[in-house]
Design a protein around this ligand. Sequence first.
Ligand code: TA6
Length: 301
Amino acid sequence: MSELDTLKRRFASADFLSFSEKAPGFIAIDVKTAFSTASIALQGAHVMTWQPKGQKPVIWLSKAAKFAPGKSIRGGVPVCWPWFGPHATEAAYPGHGFARTIPWLLVDAWKLPDGRVRLEFEPVMNDAACAMWPHPSLVKNIVTIGQELEVELATTNTGQAPFPLGQALHTYFEIGDINKVEIAGLAGCTYIDKVAGSKRKKQKGTVTFTGETDRVYLGTTGCCGIVDPVLKRTILITSTGSRSTIVWNPWQEKAAKMGDFGNKGEDRMVCVETANAVDDVITLAPGETHRMSAQYRVIKA
Ligand code: TA6
């Protein structure tokens, strides 16, 4: 029996789930709740879309996204784990870790008493992943879909030695116009400006966009907002277990080089990523579990 048929059979009673293939062997899970709809790729336990009823999509997915085993999806909520950015010592290792490009299993899915739907995923650690990550560990991605979207990464050190843990929920948000949005809540934070030679600067006021923007904010407090005057809404982002926030828009030239943003897709997206990166990388002691979560909610601007 195929993996798709196995999933359909196992979750046949879950009337809030349906399964399909976006491409051969590339399984997507569609979730319908009383509050919103969402879709999640099994590869990477990758939330691709989330749209509350009465709202435009909140999570952006490129119209030119590629759905192929081992290829990261442009958009959604990529899981960057167990490192963020380039590997500390191995240049040949994939940027942002391997979690987003390996298969994951849907280990459970259920409806909460309040009508939200919760799905729990675990990765299938193949030989390549184990070779890059020699630390005994478990990781779960727990996605809760309702009037809000919540994504939580839980990592447990099951070994006898501590290890460094870098991670990010590399979330792409749908906006009306990158030239007009502002990000509030990061004022006063130190950030690494990756388009200015990784110089450390201090954020003054809100973040606005006039060109390629790639910043790692450090020691962030866990709450910021994307103020969007075009879509007349604010997307509130609250997080737990995270001390870094990355803000990214590639702008036209870099987006064109990446080739999977579609026609001016970069004008309609901004990444605000909940993370632990650079100075904020975690050292996870044996037996310890670290949880990092992000919650997204739309309020009228
Ligand atoms: O989070 C920002 C960033 O690190 C940028 O530097 C850029 O590389 C972006 O991630 C996209 O990375 P990806 O591997 O998904 O193309």
